[in-house]
Design a protein around this ligand. Structure first.
Ligand code: PGA
Length: 250
């Protein structure tokens, strides 16, 4: 059985003080949570250390929203995997569509980061997803398969079993347009089938596949009840503790 994973991607929101308030509120709301679903908070770099310290004594995990693939070096402005593990960060979101779109991240670069995450025992959340134009042209499944195959270059079956794949249709991110549960399920199922073809059935059954894109309390239960959806990557609704907790309980 795959344990569902709900991750909050705070994006470029929250000062350190705000991050502390939000984390405390989530911690308090989950104080008696049974832990059925895994919960991960992904604040901006400047708050990562503070958030990691705050959740240190709980079951809540912490993730970064990006990282460089080298451990150290002359890469001004970058943060390394070593720096993330040093502060207790266990997850990293890689290849988010905003990184691909605004910062020119390619499948090849994202794959290097994925390899670096595994080399440093950080669990990657690899984001993939089609644009509206691709969906309207009927290219969703072929694009997703190609993006996933490129992203997983040189990644072993054991590593894929441990990672998280987030299906995030670009047209549903921050737009309020959630994919219908059946639409999301169709693609997540295709992702699992692609993993089975690239690796084997056991790996496909083990990998956790999240859906992301306008997930909120009101649609979480529907999305999370789909057989091939193992959690959610939540943007906007992760910035308010009651909204985020509603999804976790959804
Ligand atoms: P959203 O963002 O929930 O605000 O649509 C999701 C994401 O970008 O991970």
């Amino acid at each position: 059985m795959r344990r569902q994973i709900i991750a909050g991607n705070w994006k470029m929101h929250t000062t350190r003080a705000e991050a502390i308030v939000l984390t405390e509120a989530i911690k308090q709301a989950l104080a008696s949570y049974d832990g059925e679903r895994e919960v991960v908070l992904c604040p901006p770099f400047t708050s990562l250390s503070a958030v990691a310290d705050l959740v240190g004594d709980t079951a809540i995990g912490v993730g970064a929203q990006n990282m460089h693939y080298e451990s150290a070096g002359a890469f001004t402005g970058e943060v390394s995997p070593l720096m993330l593990t040093d502060i207790g960060c266990e997850y990293v979101i890689l290849g988010h569509s905003e990184r691909r779109q605004y910062f020119g991240e390619t499948d090849a670069l994202i794959n290097k980061k994925l390899q670096a995450a595994f080399a440093n025992a950080i669990t990657p959340i690899l984001c993939i997803g089609e644009s509206l134009a691709q969906r309207e042209a009927g290219e969703t499944l072929s694009f997703i398969k190609a993006q996933l195959t490129a992203g997983l270059t040189q990644i072993t079956a054991a590593q894929v079993s441990d990672m998280v794949i987030a299906y995030e249709p670009i047209w549903a991110i921050g737009t309020g347009k959630t994919a219908m549960a059946a639409q999301a399920e169709e693609v997540c199922k295709a992702i699992r089938q692609t993993v089975a073809v690239l690796y084997d059935t056991a790996t496909a059954e083990a990998v956790r596949i999240q859906y992301g894109g306008s997930v909120k309390g009101s649609n979480a239960a529907d999305i999370l009840s789909q057989p091939n959806i193992d959690g959610a990557l939540v943007g906007g609704a992760s910035l308010k503790s009651e909204d985020f907790v509603a999804i976790i309980n959804g």
